[in-house]
Design a protein around this ligand. Sequence first.
Ligand code: SF4
Length: 170
Amino acid sequence: MKNKILVSACLMGFKVRYNASEKAQMAEQLALWQQEQRLVIHCPELSAGLPVPRSPAEILSAGGGTGVMHGQGRIIEKTGKDVTAHYQLSAWLALRAAQESGCTAALLTDGSPTCGSQFIYDGCFRGQRQPGMGVAAALLTEQGIAVFSDTQFAELVDWIAEKENPELSL
Ligand code: SF4
C-alpha cells in the first residue's frame, strides 16, 4: 500500500510563512509523489486562522512543542502577544488532516514553532536555534505518524522504500 505524506504547504511553494514567503527548494523531488497522489498539502497555522503575513512566533517551554501540547509553556509572537491557543489548534488540525487522509508520515519545514522537528528557536527572538519540536510535529509524533524535517528527505525516501518493499532491505 502506498504511504501518504502530510507535507508543509510552504515546501510546495505556497507563500504561507509568517513573512509571506515559501520554501519550495524541494518541489522538484516532491513532484513525483504529488503525481502519485501521495501528498496531503497542509499549512497548520493557516488552517488555524492565522493571517499571512503574521508576526513571527516562538515557543517558551523547556519541552518545546511537546510541553505546549501538554499545557506546559506558551507560544508568543514577537509583539509579546500570547498565541498559544492558536498554535495548539494548528497542531490538532494537522493531526486531523493527517488522520483523515490516512497519512503515515509527515515532511515538515524545520525551525517552525508548528512544523519544526529537529530544531526550533529559543523563545528570545534572537535567531538562536535549539533542539526541539514544534507543536504539530510533536503531536503527530505522539500519535504515531513518522515525522521528517525538510533536511531529512533522503531518510524519508528510505523509510518509504522499507515500508513498501521490505524484501529489499533484507
Ligand atoms: Fe510552513 Fe508549517 Fe509554517 Fe505553515 S505552519 S508556513 S506549513 S512551516
